[in-house]
Design a protein around this ligand. Sequence first.
Ligand code: FMN
Length: 336
Amino acid sequence: MPDGVLAPARLRTRLTDLLDIEHPVVQGGMMWVGRAELAAAVSEAGALGIVTALTQPTPGDLAREIERTRRLTDKPFGVNLTILPTITPPPYDEYRRVIVDCGVTIVETAGSSPEPHMEFFAGHGVRIIHKCTSVRHAVKAERLGVAAVSIDGFECAGHPGEDDVPGLVLIPAAADVLTVPIVASGGFGDGRGLAAALVLGADGINMGTRFLCSTEAPVADAVKQRIVEAAELDTRLIFRELRNTARVARNSVSDEVVGILADGGTFPDVQQLVSGARGRRVFEDGDLEAGIWSVGLSQALVRDIAPARHIVERIVREAHATITRAAALYAGGPEA
Ligand SMILES: Cc1cc2nc3c(=O)[nH]c(=O)nc-3n(C[C@H](O)[C@H](O)[C@H](O)COP(=O)(O)O)c2cc1C
């Protein structure tokens, strides 16, 4: 059956009910990538697209980006608010205010505890999906009143935390103790992953790398081609020594950063190499050696550059086939 011909079976979960979406798939916030075109395309496909707040230089720009998204889709979409411990933090309260004033009702928080933002968002009817990398942080977020938890395993692009627990253990461990819906994140790129996540106790999946390699992702084609060619060994973990680990593409810059820090270097020694401006050049110019850029182990599963609709529908269809095939083992084994 050629891709895209058969309408995907519906997979109804607590997540699809909570977010009022068709398929239990979320596109995680992505710096420089989570713009209107991608978020709207993912939402139009029946999944949840997410606009990344801090990609917009000012709260006013975020308001315009949300309006642009709304012109492209009338389906639900969310906004990612990444809360990072920086010396000069962005004006989070102003970004927050814009999110609410623009009528957005789903926010993905990440980076650190959503606590300072909970009261404000809850007071305006916003459902928070908090993304974290450990069961203890997930439990804390649930206690704070988040609507769902996105749990990022060690496989993920970006910040996997310092515990190094992969999804195969992290997801069921989280499912054992949480009552809110769980979004399994990190390492998901196809329908086998979605089926596995559901079986492990999650209510859906979150993907970054797979959507970074979609037609609508606003990044240079060279980046997408590299993801298609790359394997599971082609990432590096930088900043381990600083306890701020990030999983990024393996290239000359990430190799150099790992080397400098392993030899006793400190952050100022690598600051220029890891600057956001250089990383942005990778995405804008397609110069893969210009800086560091986030990508996950799941790139090993990405074999094409495809429209978001195609990606979502194929994953749901594959998950259905995977679950059906596995269930058939009960009815007499593989040849039955
Ligand atoms: C290019 C890129 C940029 C990202 N930027 C952010 C970000 O700004 N905030 C955030 O919470 N997560 C960010 N992430 C992480 C994703 O939202 C998601 O959690 C992660 O990609 C899941 O792992 P996967 O890549 O294996 O699907 C980024 C991921 C990628 C690939």
